[in-house]
Design a protein around this ligand. Structure first.
Ligand code: PNS
Length: 169
């Protein structure tokens, strides 16, 4: 059985991520979406929220499972008995960084990295930019699933209300 791990922070998940997961699910018998969870890191969405988000977004993909992970990705691949890591590449900038990680990961356990070129429709989409634009009142409709947009809008409104109540905090 071929199995691949598709890792990320997914804060929040975008259509770019989901396009890569969907295409990976056609190439492998099973895809494990591994959501990086690290309580010390400052995310817009909690670990549980991001895992639940991915589960909902991937609910129609029968051969996709979602897990949370901490520590080394290569350990996750060993635990999951996965032969490959999946990474989406938006362009040369992504490649430089990802190629270095692919080399390091291969050296750890021999796990190979499969790069999927991002669909041009999503080549400019990054979770960080989606948060920034939405936080400044811009339009990010169509870049994330509708239910994620609702969660994002609600969370940003909560954060804005917190800031208004405690400008120094
Ligand atoms: O969506 P992101 O933020 O680009 O995902 C980053 C992620 C989770 C893939 C990366 O932080 C990672 O690989 N974390 C696991 C730690 C690890 O294995 N580090 C060694 C990399 S060579």
């Amino acid at each position: 059985m071929s199995r691949a791990v598709c890792p990320g922070t997914f804060d929040p998940v975008t259509h770019g991520h989901l396009d890569v997961v969907t295409r990976a699910a056609r190439l492998f018998d099973e895809v494990v979406v591994a959501v990086g969870v690290n309580p010390s890191k400052n995310r817009l969405f909690s670990d549980d929220e991001r895992i639940a988000m991915l589960e909902r977004a991937c609910a129609d993909l029968a051969n996709v499972r979602v897990i949370g992970f901490t520590g080394l990705l290569t350990d996750v691949c060993s635990e999951q008995d996965a032969q490959a890591l999946i990474k989406g590449l938006r362009g040369p900038g992504d490649y430089e960084y990802e190629a270095q990680m692919a080399g390091m990961n291969a050296r750890q356990t021999g796990v190979d990295t499969v790069f999927l070129p991002t669909d041009p429709r999503w080549s400019f989409v990054a979770s960080s930019l989606v948060k920034e634009v939405a936080g400044l009142g811009g339009d990010v409709r169509g870049l994330v699933p509708d239910f994620v947009l609702e969660m994002l809008t609600a969370r940003l409104a909560e954060r804005a209300a917190d800031r208004a109540a405690d400008p120094a905090g």
